[in-house]
Design a protein around this ligand. Sequence first.
Ligand SMILES: [Zn+2]
Length: 221
Amino acid sequence: MNLFEAVKDAVPTRTAAEHYGIEVRRNGMACCPFHDDRTPSMKVDKRFHCFGCQEDGDVIDFVGRLFGLSPKMAAEKLAEDFGVQYEGLQTWQPQKRPSVISKLAAQEYRKKESRCCRVLCEYLHLLRDWKERYAPQPEDGDWHPLFCEALQKMDDVEYLLDVLFSGTLDERAAIVKEKEKELDGLEKKIAAFSGRGTADPQRDGIPGKARGARLPEGLAI
Ligand SMILES: [Zn+2]
């Protein structure tokens, strides 16, 4: 059987409705999730029909409507959630196929992680530049605040990038979550220094290049 037939055959709408949190009375009536229904006016059995808003269909229609999915995605979600076997299902895969919803979450996460990497790389580049550029002259001279920041932060940022490039998913996710709120501030700082270059014109009068935007050596993705 193909995906659609197999799902409709294996999963009654009533079972799916209950699985996704809709309370079904013993007589098979439920409050309709598709209109503002105070008294149960939807009959769910193998298929469903609402006597209030006239919504009607099979389990795939029901789940598609409930989660805003295309018929194919709804059928795949049902197959995944209820372990339905069908023709064309790739059973050789050792891992469970991620559900439609967790695929979206994974995409979203990948975006966050790559932003985190990019911003930290740019920041590290800036710190390395500051460490050289603002080293005290003479050696026992006053410390420039940017030189101090470089000394304070470089090891941390290098460590974070190490984990982001070679850590496990759990380790990386912890960093992405922890650093998420700081990224806006760092991006502003990087933009400010990239815009006018990393040189401090009042100090050394060198017109700066936009160095902050470059990835540090060895960290290019
Ligand atoms: Zn209805």
